[in-house]
Ligand binder design. Structure first.
Ligand code: FE2
Ligand code: FE2
Length: 192
């Protein structure tokens, strides 16, 4: 695989800067969405090479897992407990969409796309990309504006800290080398 995992390392290096800068929750989520969109733009591009598609799908799956789990455990959890019906609804819709994405991601890993980027892999990756693109759009248009409506400033700061800490943990966990954690399904082939 021709990859230096540049997006994964850029993301990993951004956490400390965001802690120092006290980046807000909305900005953090939008930033992590943009990493996902950057990966989608490559692995759905018909002009990209097979190696590029493999590399960017690989990085996408890591970022998707990190972002989705951290988002569920912070923002979604807070919205599910909200008095605002629309917030509860958006979080439930979001969780259902994450679950569909996890299923497709799991199927892609089982197809061993790093060994062979078959037409079936390419098709499934495109379906996942379409679902995630719609999901990110919905979150940005409908869910993120609810943050200022439902959460005060202190709650937003606390959630942003929790979200970032969880992202750090999830990405660190996922970037362990296979020898360090061989049974984990995301155990990656990362060049350090
Ligand atoms: Fe989400
Ligand atoms: Fe999101």
């Amino acid at each position: 695989m021709n990859s230096n995992n540049s997006i994964l390392f850029e993301l990993k290096n951004s956490f400390q800067k965001d802690i120092v800068k006290k980046t807000g929750l909305i900005e953090l989520i939008e930033k992590h969405h943009s990493y996902l969109k950057d990966c989608i733009a490559v692995f759905t591009n018909n002009d990209a090479t097979i190696e590029e598609k493999q590399s960017f799908l690989y990085q996408f799956l890591h970022i998707l897992h990190m972002h989705s789990k951290a988002e569920e455990e912070t923002l979604y959890q807070s919205f599910i407990e909200s008095d605002v019906r629309l917030a509860r609804l958006e979080a439930t819709v979001g969780q259902d969409e994450h679950n569909i994405a996890y299923q497709l991601a799991s199927e892609l890993r089982d197809m061993d796309f790093l060994m062979s980027y078959s037409e079936e892999v390419e098709a499934k990756a495109k379906v996942l990309a379409t679902i995630i693109e719609t999901h990110l759009q919905e979150e940005e248009n409908e869910m993120l504006p609810l943050i200022n409506e439902c959460l005060d400033e202190l709650e937003q700061v606390e959630l942003a800290n929790d979200y970032l800490n969880k992202c750090e943990d999830y990405l660190h966990y996922e970037m362990l080398t296979p020898s360090q954690y061989s049974s984990y399904p995301y155990a990656p082939m990362v060049n350090r």
